[in-house]
Design a protein around this ligand. Structure first.
Ligand SMILES: NC(=O)c1ccc[n+]([C@@H]2O[C@H](COP(=O)([O-])OP(=O)(O)OC[C@H]3O[C@@H](n4cnc5c(N)ncnc54)[C@H](O)[C@@H]3O)[C@@H](O)[C@H]2O)c1
Length: 329
C-alpha cells in the first residue's frame, strides 16, 4: 500500500474518534495528548497511566476534561486495560515505559515487566477490542551505538543491537509488536525517536537536570569525557511525527524520527550554562555510565520523504523555550 492511502479517513479531523494513550502523564505522552486533541477537535482520549515517579497529573493540568479521561492503571494489568480501552478504539498509542537507562542498570525488573510484558498485554487487548491501529513508541537506542569517527546514521535498516537493559526491553517490545502483526494481522506501526527535550521532563534526564542544577548554582555532573553524542529533538516535533505515522505510516513499518541535530553532551551542557550566564566551571566530570553508548545519529529521510514530516523547532529556539519553562517554575 502506498504512503498517503492508509487511514485516509483520518484526514477528516472532525469525525468523532476515540484514542487510547498509555503513559500520557509522562513527559512525552502528556505533550502527545495535547497534540492529539488539537489535531482532532472532536476526538475523545482515554489516557491510561500508572503514575509512577515519572508521571504526574500536573502535566495534564491544562488539558480539556471534556474530551480527555484519565484512568490510573498499569499496562501489565490486563483486566484493568480491558476495562479502560474503548471497543473499536481508533488507535492505541503506547508511550508507557520505564524510560531511564541508569535505573535499568541498577535493576532491570520493572523494565522487563512494563516495557516488554506490558506491551504484550496491550497488544492482546488491542486485538480483543478491535483497535484500528497500534502505535508503538520506541527509541533509537534499540539500534545500539554508532562508530564515533564516521558519519554513519541509524536508518530503519539498522539492525536491532541494544546495549543497555532499557534498550533491550524496548527492542524486545518491538519484536512482540512485529509478532502481533505477522501472527494476528494487527495493524501496527513503530516509531524510533532520538533524545527528546522540552517542558515537563522529569529532572533525572540530562537537559532538565543540568538546567535545574545550573539555576541553583550546583555542580553539573557530566559522564566521562562528555563526548558522547545524542540526536536531540524538541518534544512537540516528536509528537507531531508520531501523529503523522499514525495517519499515514504503512502497516508493519518502522519510522525513525529525528531533527538532524546530533550534539556532544559537553556542547549541550555548555549551551545551557551560556544561556543562563553561568560559568563552565560548574561542570563536574563524573565516572562514566556502564556500557555508555558513544554516538546516536538518526537519518530521518524515510519519514521526511514518505510521510512529508519534518522537525520544525530548531535547537536554539527549543533550548531557549525549555530553559524558560524550568526557570519560570
Ligand atoms: N525521553 C526520550 O528522550 C525518549 C526518546 C525516544 C523514545 N522514548 C519513549 O517514549 C516513551 C515516553 O517516554 P518519556 O520520556 O515521556 O517517559 P517518562 O518516564 O517521562 O513517562 C513514562 C510514563 O509511563 C508511565 N508508566 C510507567 N510504567 C507504567 C505502567 N506499568 N503502566 C502504566 N503506565 C506506566 C509513567 O507513570 C509515566 O507517566 C517511552 O516509551 C520511551 O521509551 C523516549
Amino acid at each position: 500500500m502506498k504512503a498517503g492511502t492508509r487511514h485516509a479517513s483520518t484526514r477528516n479531523k472532525n469525525t468523532m474518534k476515540s484514542f487510547f494513550v498509555t503513559g500520557g502523564a509522562g513527559f512525552i505522552g502528556s505533550e502527545f495528548v495535547r497534540v492529539l486533541l488539537k489535531a482532532y477537535p472532536e476526538a475523545r482520549v482515554v489516557n491510561y497511566d500508572a503514575l509512577t515517579y515519572a508521571g504526574s497529573l500536573a502535566n495534564l493540568a491544562d488539558v480539556d476534561p471534556e474530551r480527555h479521561t484519565f484512568v490510573r492503571g498499569d499496562i501489565r494489568d490486563k483486566a484493568a486495560v480491558l476495562a479502560a480501552m474503548p471497543e473499536g478504539v481508533d488507535a492505541v498509542f503506547n508511550f508507557a515505559a520505564e524510560s531511564h537507562v541508569d535505573r535499568s542498570i541498577a535493576s532491570a525488573d520493572d523494565f522487563v515487566t512494563t516495557n516488554v510484558v506490558g506491551t504484550q498485554v496491550l497488544l492482546d487487548c488491542a486485538r480483543e477490542k478491535r483497535a484500528g491501529r497500534f502505535v508503538q513508541i520506541s527509541t533509537d537506542e534499540v539500534m545500539g551505538t554508532l562508530p564515533e569517527s564516521d558519519d554513519a546514521f541509524f536508518t530503519e535498516d539498522s539492525p536491532l543491537a541494544p546495549n543497555s537493559p532499557y534498550a533491550a526491553s524496548k527492542a524486545a517490545a518491538e519484536h512482540f509488536v512485529r509478532a502481533a502483526r505477522e501472527t494476528f494481522g494487527l495493524d501496527t506501526v513503530i516509531t524510533r525517536c532520538g533524545n527528546n527535550y522540552g517542558y515537563r521532563q522529569f529532572p533525572e534526564k540530562l537537559i532538565p537536570l543540568m538546567i535545574s542544577n545550573a539555576l541553583n548554582d550546583e555542580p553539573l555532573p557530566l559522564y566521562g569525557d562528555g563526548l558522547n553524542v545524542r540526536d536531540w529533538i524538541f518534544v512537540t516535533d516528536h509528537c507531531e511525527a508520531v501523529l503523522r505515522v499514525y495517519e499515514e505510516g504503512r502497516p508493519g513499518e518502522a519510522y525513525n524520527i529525528g531533527a538532524r541535530n546530533p550534539l556532544k553532551n559537553i556542547d549541550v551542557v555548555e549551551s545551557i550554562l551560556d544561556h543562563l550566564g553561568k560559568p563552565h566551571s560548574l561542570i563536574k566530570p563524573v565516572e562514566d555510565r556502564l556500557g555508555h553508548d558513544r554516538r546516536y545519529a538518526i537519518d530521518p529521510a524515510k519519514i521526511e520523504t514518505e510521510l512529508g514530516w519534518k522537525a520544525r523547532i530548531g535547537w536554539e529556539e527549543g533550548l531557549a523555550r525549555t530553559i524558560e519553562w524550568y526557570r519560570s517554575r
